[in-house]
Write a protein that binds this ligand. Structure first.
Ligand SMILES: NC(=O)c1ccc[n+]([C@@H]2O[C@H](COP(=O)([O-])OP(=O)(O)OC[C@H]3O[C@@H](n4cnc5c(N)ncnc54)[C@H](O)[C@@H]3O)[C@@H](O)[C@H]2O)c1
Length: 368
């Protein structure tokens, strides 16, 4: 919607994999979203902008080839992956699906560009989770190394903490192979966890809201904490709560996509940006939600629960994230006003909150 509103011709492709997994795992979002065709229709009625919708599986190369041949895109923004770390750790079937889906879609998108639109710029959503939590500063994708008197430039070392995040590492390796071998042009965006319930377009009508999950499978931590605050459930801090991550507002995700599309990589270039605007520990996030709740008269409790994940709970974390700012990103920070606005929106849907979805159901250790 954001790109269409900026005057681009947009085709949106989806196979409802996210919705299907949400249904299978009882992880539906707080607000029910109309389907993609209906959303495109509502958006057109309200804004005048048209989005072409194609429903199909990007693992089907023929389907993707036909869309790319017909549309001849200048850019493809590739979001289409199974993006839940807990889902990927649930068991064999879920792990296999995540690996197969994510790598196959990435490989198919690469080949559709090579065969049908060789000048097309691929903007790929990666994740900060690819790096893990190294004890050195996280550069933007690349690291200059001096070893036994010789120097070289390599992809920054990556050691992900879930199978999902590992598929993103493998995606980056695939992209780099095809960039250096076949002159593909790619921007890989190492994105941190996103939060938010408001964009210029979704503010037009609640039926255009982004999917908003608060369960352990699809909910990201800030969204989860805010719903827990409204539900009157103590915020579920995993373990010591010293885990640091880099966060960004949904509005900034959209800015970053726009900036990446308008500053394409050259042929044979893999650009990598760290896509975040600020870093917090989980404890700091809980404090922020508590403070925002207080302003609205909501009493928010915080409670540490056993950590279902295998991850350091106290660690060094210093990502570099100047690349997108240099391109013009103007961050929307996580202020009390922003969190308060989200809380007010969630309050409207309070009676739909299902407490069953709030507590972690998947453990990293259970399936070993
Ligand atoms: N949300 C975050 O906090 C976050 C953080 C870092 C990176 N990312 C990355 O950003 C991208 C989007 O994340 P999101 O949270 O919006 O996830 P999402 O699940 O809402 O979006 C991905 C979409 O891709 C679709 N999809 C998946 N496999 C497909 C296939 N084979 N064919 C067609 N469509 C398919 C899904 O149905 C879904 O609508 C993902 O690649 C994710 O890894 C997200």
């Amino acid at each position: 919607m954001d790109l269409a509103a900026k005057g681009h011709d947009v085709v949106a492709i989806d196979n409802y994999s996210r919705r299907n997994i949400a249904m299978q795992t009882s992880s539906e979002g707080l607000m029910s979203n109309p389907n993609l065709e209906q959303r495109a229709k509502i958006f057109k009625e309200l804004s005048g902008h048209e989005i072409t919708v194609k429903i199909g599986d990007l693992c089907n190369y023929k389907f993707l080839s036909e869309v790319v041949t017909e549309f001849k895109p200048d850019a493809i923004v590739h979001y289409a992956e199974q993006p839940s770390a807990p889902y990927s750790m649930k068991g064999y079937e879920e792990a296999h699906f995540t690996l197969k889906n994510n790598l196959e879609v990435t490989h198919n998108v690469i080949w559709a560009i090579l065969e049908h639109a060789p000048d097309c710029h691929l903007v790929k959503l990666g994740t900060m989770g690819e790096y893990g939590t190294p004890n050195i500063d996280m550069e933007e994708g690349w690291l200059d190394i001096e070893h036994k008197g010789r120097k070289g430039r390599f992809l920054f070392p990556r050691q992900a903490g879930s199978l999902y995040h590992t598929t993103k590492v493998l995606d980056t390796d695939l992209l780099w192979f095809y960039v250096r071998t076949y002159n593909l042009r790619v921007t890989d965006l190492m994105q941190g966890p996103v939060y938010g319930l408001s964009t210029t377009e979704s503010d037009l009508d609640d039926r255009l809201l982004p999917n908003f999950h608060y369960d352990d499978i699809f909910g990201t931590v800030v969204n989860r904490f805010l719903v827990q605050a409204v539900a009157g459930v103590p915020l579920t801090v995993y373990g010591k709560g010293g885990q640091i991550r880099g966060y960004l507002n949904l509005r900034d995700t959209l800015q970053c996509i726009d900036l990446a599309c308008n500053n394409p990589a050259a042929k044979g270039e893999l650009k990598i940006y760290n896509q975040l605007t600020e870093t917090f520990t989980v404890n700091q996030l809980a404090d922020k939600v508590q403070a925002a709740g207080k302003l609205l008269g909501i009493d928010v409790e915080v409670k540490s629960i056993p950590n279902p994940r295998k991850e350091p709970e106290e660690h060094y974390y210093n990502p570099i994230y100047t690349g997108l700012i240099d391109l013009g990103l103007e961050p929307n920070y996580m202020t009390e006003e922003v969190l308060g606005h989200m809380l007010k929106k969630i309050l409207k849907y309070k009676s739909d909150i299902d407490n069953y979805k709030i507590f972690p159901r998947v453990s990293w250790s259970k399936n070993k």
